[in-house]
Design a protein around this ligand. Structure first.
Ligand SMILES: Cc1ncc(COP(=O)(O)O)c(C=O)c1O
Length: 385
């Protein structure tokens, strides 16, 4: 398969397949540009892997086994310079349950969990579901007008009861890829306050900025690796969230056993197609991923130029990763931004569950023609306001 045979310009009709993204607006003329699920077919190399698994014809209980473990271990080494051992991994049917279970595994009633907001909503709901206090520290802008972690504010907010910090790296929704210096800052903070660092790095292979490289938190140094729970998945990069296959990497044996004890009997096994997709993605998906990154970069460039030139009322800061753009729409003076754009034919994610009042998130992981259609609808909506 040659790289230029990949097609990101068209997407099969997704109606009738129970798509969360598309069925939300079933029967309504609303273009869905919400939820982190791309309108691209996955890599043909992954389809081959899935077909091979299907052709086996037997779909019995499946346990974690060598092939996907080896694929993950090799990928971590090759892509991120991380020499992980297979027994540090736990395959999971999703990272959302993992985030929730971390709150149970590593805290007691009365403890608190810290995160930096705005952030992916389950980071905010998980401590609450577990009956733990949530300490939200807003991200701040650095001298280059980029979102960053506010270590000073974190110092002011942390208490002896704080037990974990949940980090989104790269960051959803602001799209920042944190530098070594920023990550060292958070690592030192966790060290000073004896916190476990839950590092959700699900977006780490979606860096489209050519000057930027993602650094896996656990590769900073052995000290931080010993208190880090890394959460990853092939799902965002290869557009496989419906296959429900994710994994944790926990070097520290004590933490790993604590986590395993908590998930035992509660979390279901990954299904056989999840493993097949994961293995094929990491072993054979790189050429497709590189083409995807190019496509996303061109969508991002178009989006960034369009918003800043045509809709200056929306504040959209530069980002380096993900296909999720975070818009501050306060200057538009809308009572309900999501409803306003839906009423004009564009479905965006509401910022409120991210702790982002007067913000919306737009998913640009779609054919460019679809992105342009959405932007034109947004422009005409704003003109009619
Ligand atoms: C930071 C982050 N973590 C986790 C998830 C979802 O993970 P899963 O589908 O494995 O539950 C998402 C989905 O958008 C995400 O952005």
């Amino acid at each position: 398969m040659t790289a230029h045979s990949y097609n990101f310009d068209t997407c099969p009709d997704r109606t009738g397949y129970g798509s969360l993204k598309w069925d939300k607006y079933k029967g309504r003329d609303i273009l869905p540009l919400w939820v982190a699920d791309m309108d691209f077919e996955t890599a043909p190399e992954i389809l081959v892997g899935l077909q091979k698994r299907l052709d086996h014809g037997i779909f019995g209980y499946t346990i974690p086994f060598e092939a996907p473990s080896e694929a993950v271990v090799n990928y971590l080494n090759r892509a991120h310079g991380y020499s992980a051992k297979a027994h540090w991994l736990n395959f999971l049917p999703g990272l959302v349950p993992a985030i929730n279970l971390c709150c149970h595994a590593f805290t007691e009633p009365g403890d608190s969990v810290m995160t930096a907001t705005p952030v992916y909503p389950p980071f905010i709901s998980a401590p609450d579901y577990a009956g733990r206090e949530l300490i939200k520290v807003p991200l701040c802008l650095n001298a280059d007008d980029q979102w960053t972690l506010d270590i000073e504010a974190m110092e002011a907010a942390v208490t002896p009861k704080t037990k974990i910090f949940v980090l989104c790296s790269p960051h959803n929704p602001v799209g920042r890829v944190f530098s070594r210096e920023e990550l060292t800052g958070i690592a030192d903070f966790c060290e000073r306050h004896d916190l476990i660092l839950i590092s959700d790095e699900i977006h780490c292979d979606l860096v489209f900025d050519e000057q930027t490289k993602h650094i896996l938190t656990s590769t900073l140094n052995d000290t931080i690796a010993a208190r880090t729970v890394t959460l990853m998945a092939p799902s965002k990069t290869y557009n496989l969230p419906g296959l429900a296959c994710a994994f944790s990497v926990i070097e520290n044996q004590e933490l790993r056993l604590q986590f395993q004890k908590t998930i035992r009997g509660i979390i279901t096994e990954v299904n056989c197609f999840g493993y097949a997709g994961c293995e094929a993605a990491y072993n054979h998906g790189e050429a497709w991923r590189l083409e995807l990154i190019k496509y996303l970069r061109s969508n991002y460039d178009l989006l960034y130029k369009f918003i800043n030139e045509q809709i200056p009322e929306i504040t959209f800061r530069p980002m380096q990763s993900t296909y999720l753009a975070w818009f501050d729409v306060a200057k538009l003076g809308l009572d309900n931004p999501v409803k306003f754009f839906e009423d004009h034919g564009v479905g965006l994610s509401d910022g409120v569950p991210f702790d982002g009042h007067q913000h919306v998130r737009l998913n640009f992981g779609c054919p460019q023609s679809r992105l342009i259609e959405g932007l034109e609808k947004m422009t005409s909506a704003i003109k009619q306001r």
